[in-house]
Design a protein around this ligand. Structure first.
Ligand SMILES: *Cc1c(COP(=O)(O)O)cnc(C)c1O
Length: 231
């Protein structure tokens, strides 16, 4: 199957999931996660109408960002080291994976240098897996309060990367929990904090995520095929 065919398949599934759950298709955006895939694959997806891409590795992102000429929107979805934030400044529209104060401080500082603000999501570790990044549920509200005080960023919502389960139904409670946390934070009415975006759902479980309120789904394999290297 070509990338164009894969994209059509994903969009069809998205529409069906929206219909099932009484949601508007325009309220769910597809982030095509192109990590480890060449710029030519991104160009193929662009030709098929996809304009939003997610990357996970800073160096790789920089290489592709230079090569892909089209006006695409880039999101950073992977684990981010503080010392690499400077390479993203002004080049990405949304960072999905902010999980610590120090990282947020550096993001605000780097976007401050170019006199701009950046949108970000707070990554929550719902499964409490030792191997995954994300703030704990118990620390979430205080972290959001602290990050919200930085001048050059805006918190727009939450992101999660739940544990892998063969059965997407087993992941449903994680998605529900992320939505519950977002509603709770919304009710706290922290100045400057919006809880509009829920970034959840990948190749395996994006339909379940849509049913549970995802506004951004991050899909790689179903669009670009299996990855040969890294994760
Ligand atoms: C790789 C990755 C994805 C895409 O995963 P697929 O299972 O290939 O769809 C989504 N989110 C993050 C944070 C990733 O690193």
């Amino acid at each position: 199957m070509s990338i164009a065919e894969n994209l059509a398949w994903v969009r069809e599934r998205m529409q069906a999931a929206c219909k099932r759950s009484g949601r508007n298709v325009d309220d769910v955006r597809l982030v095509a996660v192109s990590k480890t895939k060449p710029a030519t694959a991104i160009e193929e997806a662009v030709a098929a109408g996809q304009t939003l891409f997610g990357e996970s590795y800073v160096q790789e992102f920089m290489d592709k960002e230079r090569t892909v000429p089209e006006a695409v929107e880039w999101h950073f979805v992977g684990a981010l080291q503080t010392n690499k934030v400077k390479y993203l400044a002004g080049k990405v529209a949304l960072i999905h994976s902010v999980d610590r104060l120090h990282l947020a401080a550096e993001i605000s500082r780097q976007w401050g240098k170019i006199d701009r603000t950046i949108d970000l999501l707070i990554q929550v570790n719902i499964g409490q897996e030792a191997s995954k990044s994300g703030t704990s549920e118990t620390e979430l509200a205080s972290l959001v309060r602290e990050i919200a005080t930085f001048p050059n960023l805006k918190i727009k919502g939450l992101m999660t990367l739940p544990p892998y389960c063969d059965d997407p139904q087993e992941i449903r409670p994680y998605f529900r929990e992320l939505r519950r946390l977002a509603r709770h934070l919304h009710d706290l009415a922290i100045p400057g904090v919006e809880m509009r975006e829920l970034s959840m759902g990948m190749t395996h479980d994006f339909e379940t995520a849509i049913e549970e309120g995802a506004t951004l789904i991050r899909v790689g394999t179903a669009i670009f095929g299996e990855r040969q290297y890294k994760r």
